[in-house]
Design a protein around this ligand. Structure first.
Ligand code: NOJ
Length: 570
């Protein structure tokens, strides 16, 4: 049953068709400098003991999110799905997977988050559906040349009977990107075979996504995270380039057949018109894997409004790399008239506490294949650097995206058994890449009990015994825990937040990244291992020594540590 959005006073309303636009738009409450927390619903909290996280589970943990102080929660897909790709294979974009909940429970979650002033962002997956989507099943049944097939990217195979794929393209998860359907036609799937690509030249596909955006906006959703935002529109005119030609990297700046084509921005202009139907306008952030100079178009105010910048994910914890990445991205944000985004972890990458525990340059997939032991991670150092990097990022202008569990300092689970792996990468790469399950293991809420408080059933990915050391319960009362650090940093950030600029300090020791935000807020990160002098000011936060007494006594900044200082004017 659908709840009337109007009953929740926090749900912004949609303008009626005959209402004239207001002369002055209210700014979106998601803001340009939000802290957004990503929930991977199947691994957050399980209320019914089936081993799979669910919406009531998330609702029961809203107090954790409120205590953390985040401005918004981004929910990875919770739609009906066979889980061929962790829910990014969507059967029906306007429903909830019955194992995860109901639409009414979704409304309850939105109301609970809104009651704490936390905005809600949902994932939109527009490049592909699942192969169980009604339209894809109709397409298979209807046969070659049918209008039903025109909604997807079907092609006649090569050879007399269409027995060979239309091109030698490889899918992102491995294996061929074309799948035969047995009648001479093949369909394109840039990801898993269970994820057929939509045909974005088809007006019904375009219209259907506008309906989806309005469906969730009407239910009180404040914003959208757009999956693979760069891949929707395609030019598959013959002759198709070969995979080697694609790999050569010369088909850039809109010339690639399926990546980052200029026409995709027409789609987002239409979406922008939908966002502006609401007051405040809905927001969006693009997951666009494009070169930095092409990112601004996705992030522009006429487009999606914000785009993920994954550059920090790629950086080593190195002062030069961090500073360069920040400088470049702040310049790009200025250029596009939007705010920057910062990401250290998400559901697709090895957690940053583990990346930093390994020597720079470690091939992470090869390391995972070896069970995460060779080289042995320096867990303490990884956590120390992760905390320092997070504190640095939280001091930057723009929006910060946090991934569930990083507030606990969770490392990657690197030794999952092959039999437990769910990521299609494992099978599609024929066991040469383990994939992303190690960062998707269900959260430890308590230090003991079934599934460490995740739920009463056996969790869909097994938790290692050492997860108990990181449990929320254990960190709650500990003044020096990573959870306490995140809470303090997010609360202070809200108080110290200032215009989106910074001033670099250049005269600093090697390995130090130091900048000052307007209003007298200084962040200094020492990525070296020896202590360095602290700049002037009162230390209000440190990613190392953490208690008030420790902060008051700090005279120098230890290695691999960030501190925030305020000067008397603040
Ligand atoms: C990006 C998502 O973050 C990832 O998890 C997913 O596998 C692909 N897009 C395909 O939807």
């Amino acid at each position: 049953m659908r709840r009337a959005a109007a009953r929740d006073p926090h749900v912004p309303r949609r303008r009626g068709p005959d209402e004239r636009p207001r002369p002055r738009r209210r700014r979106s409450r998601l803001g340009r400098q939000a802290v957004v927390y990503q929930v991977y619903p199947r691994s957050f909290a399980d209320s019914d003991g089936d081993g799979l996280g669910d919406l009531p589970g998330i609702t029961s943990r809203v107090p954790h999110l409120a205590a953390l102080g985040v401005d918004a929660v981004w929910l990875s897909p919770f739609y009906p799905s066979a889980l061929a790709d962790g829910g990014y294979d969507v059967d029906d974009h306007r429903d909830v997977d019955p194992r995860i909940g109901t639409l009414a429970q979704f409304d309850d979650l939105v109301a609970a988050l809104h009651a704490h002033g936390i905005r809600v962002v949902v994932d939109i997956v527009p490049n592909h559906s699942s192969d169980r989507h009604r339209w894809f099943r109709e397409a298979l049944a209807a046969g070659p040349g049918s209008p039903e097939r025109a909604r997807y990217v079907f092609r006649r195979g090569l050879g007399a009977d269409g027995e060979r794929p239309p091109s030698d393209w490889r899918a992102v998860f491995g294996g061929p990107a074309w799948e035969p359907v047995g009648d001479g036609d093949w369909y394109l799937h840039l990801f898993a075979p269970e994820q057929p690509d939509w045909n974005w030249d088809h007006p019904e596909v375009r219209e259907d996504f506008l309906t989806t955006l309005r469906f969730w906006s009407d239910r009180g959703v404040d914003g959208f995270r757009i999956d693979v935002a760069h891949a929707l529109t395609k030019d598959l005119s013959e002759p198709l380039p070969t995979q080697a030609e694609l790999d050569a990297g010369t088909l850039v700046d809109g010339r690639h057949p399926y990546e980052d084509r200029d026409a995709v921005h027409e789609v987002y202009r239409a979406w922008r018109a939908v966002f502006e139907e609401y007051d405040p306008p809905r927001t969006a952030v693009a997951e666009a894997w494009v070169p930095a100079h092409r990112r601004a178009r996705y992030a522009s105010p006429e487009g999606l409004g914000q785009a993920f910048n994954f550059d920090l994910l790629m950086d080593d914890p190195d002062a030069g790399q961090f500073r360069r990445t920040v400088e470049e991205n702040l310049a790009l944000a200025r250029e596009s008239g939007t705010s920057s985004t910062w990401v250290l972890s998400n559901h697709d990458v090895v957690r940053h506490a583990t990346r930093y525990a390994l020597p720079a340059g470690t091939d992470l997939q090869a390391w995972l294949l070896r069970g995460g032991t060779d080289p042995a991670p320096d867990v303490e150092r990884g956590l120390r650097l992760a905390r320092a990097a997070t504190a640095l990022v939280l001091a930057l202008p723009g929006s910060t995206y946090l991934y569930q569990g990083e507030e606990l300092g969770l490392p990657e689970v690197a030794d999952l058994d092959a039999a437990d792996l769910q990521d299609p990468t494992w099978v599609r790469s024929q066991g040469t890449e383990k994939g992303r399950d190690g960062c998707r293991v269900p959260l430890p809420w308590s230090a003991s009990g079934p599934a460490l408080g995740f739920g009463d059933g056996s969790p869909h990915l097994p938790q290692p015994a050492w997860f108990a050391d990181y449990a929320v319960e254990r960190q709650e009362g500990e003044a020096t825990s990573t959870l306490a650090l995140y809470r303090r940093a997010i609360a202070l950030r809200a108080r110290l937040q200032s215009p989106e600029t910074l001033e670099w300090a250049d005269d600093v020791p090697a390995g130090v990244v130091q900048f000052r935000r307007p209003g007298g807020w200084t962040s200094v990160t020492n990525l070296g291992t020896s202590p360095v002098p602290l700049p002037a000011g009162r230390v209000v936060l440190s990613s190392g020594p953490q208690t008030e007494d420790q902060l008051a006594l700090l005279t120098e900044l230890p290695g691999e540590t960030t501190a925030w200082l305020v000067t008397p004017s603040t």
